[in-house]
Design a protein around this ligand. Structure first.
Ligand SMILES: CCC/C=C/C(=O)SCCNC(=O)CCNC(=O)[C@H](O)C(C)(C)COP(=O)([O-])OP(=O)([O-])OC[C@H]1O[C@@H](n2cnc3c(N)ncnc32)[C@H](O)[C@@H]1OP(=O)([O-])[O-]
Length: 309
């Protein structure tokens, strides 16, 4: 489905960003997922839906959805990807059977390469507006989700990819030092917007965020753990098992208490973007339209291509 059509669908759905919606306090608090199903019983009901970029499987017996990014080569967050991502989150959020989602990548070595740089190069103002609104929408839905969100980071995760992980409730990363994570925007000559920064500060604290953002650092997995950017490292082959165990632990609590606590912790940051959404889009457009910024982005893309050859 074309990105513009998908974006219109979000618009038509009339669904307010989560932070403006009433929280799903009435979602039935169900008992924690039990042990694995004994052999011989019918398989747990499992619903799946997928689009061009993302595959989702919801196990209705445990209430846990598995969301896998599958947009080769690097799961870059294009307008189409972001729109599909928001729609997938909305579908899960509206499904009473879903209480938690594990987000991971179906591609080897890459969680997500962040915002698709080609969406920010040489495009019209209308395009920049639509793209940035989609970035905002994705973050508002994910950061403001009532579901338990666990990122199983199974590869590198720069910039917007790091934002996706930071927006979850818990981050588990594969313990491969070749995988790195961080908000490296400064290395591209661009600046992470205030709500990327706020999300980062809420996870690692002001000092670490300030240093890391100014230097545009990409932290190898062991360093990311030391900084608190991720919550734990596990061998790659144990990543999904660990994510499921963490999810079960979080789902053992009644939904309403956990959701109210999450809202209490995140509301101020979410409200800030909601209150300044249009201004933030204008800032993005005026920033990205600068010739110096366009030049930096083009040079960065060339560097990526040269490095490859
Ligand atoms: C205000 C704005 C805030 C901004 C936030 C952001 O997120 S800014 C984003 C900040 N993000 C970054 O700084 C991440 C930059 N990327 C990387 O560091 C590496 O690509 C990697 C580590 C993700 C994967 O390494 P690897 O050796 O496995 O793969 P590879 O390097 O060979 O790439 C394969 C192909 O993908 C292409 N492509 C890659 N990323 C992007 C992208 N974001 N977009 C578009 N295209 C991208 C790459 O050009 C190449 O294309 P080609 O030549 O085949 O036509």
């Amino acid at each position: 489905m074309a990105a513009a059509t998908l974006a219109r669908r979000i618009g038509r759905s009339g669904v307010l960003p989560l932070c403006c919606r009433l929280p799903a306090w009435d979602r039935a608090a169900r008992p924690p997922p039990g042990p694995a199903q004994p052999p011989g019983l019918p398989l747990a009901p499992c619903r799946s839906f997928s689009n061009n970029k993302i595959q989702v499987e919801l196990d209705e017996s445990s209430g846990v959805a598995m969301m896998k990014f599958k947009s080769p080569p690097v799961n870059s967050l294009s307008l189409e990807f972001l729109t599909e991502f928001s729609i997938s989150l909305e579908k899960l959020e509206n499904n009473k059977a879903c209480r938690g989602v594990i987000i991971t990548s179906a591609l080897p070595k890459i969680f997500s390469s962040g915002l698709d740089i080609t969406e920010m190069c040489g495009k019209s103002i209308e395009h920049y507006t639509e793209f940035w609104r989609a970035v905002q929408e994705m973050w508002l839905r994910l950061y403001g989700s009532n579901m338990v969100t666990v990122a199983a980071v199974n590869g590198s995760s720069p910039a917007g990819g790091c934002l996706v992980a930071l927006s979850c409730d818990y981050r588990i990363m594969a313990e491969n030092p070749k995988f790195s994570i961080g908000l490296n925007e400064a290395q591209l000559g661009i600046v992470a917007p205030f709500w990327f920064k706020d999300t980062f500060v809420n996870v690692v604290g002001h000092r670490i965020a300030e240093r890391s953002l100014q230097l545009g650092s990409l932290h190898p997995a062991p360093e990311a753990l030391k900084l608190g950017l991720v919550d734990e490292l596990v061998p790659e082959e144990k990543l999904m098992e660990k994510a499921a165990a963490v999810m079960a632990q979080w789902l053992a609590l009644p939904d309403h208490a956990r959701q109210l606590t999450k809202t209490m912790m995140r509301k101020a940051v979410l409200d800030r973007l909601v209150a300044h959404r249009e201004e933030d889009i204008k800032n993005f457009i005026s920033f990205v339209s600068k010739e110096s910024i366009q030049k930096s982005l083009r040079m960065y893309m060339e560097m990526l291509k040269k490095r490859k050859s």
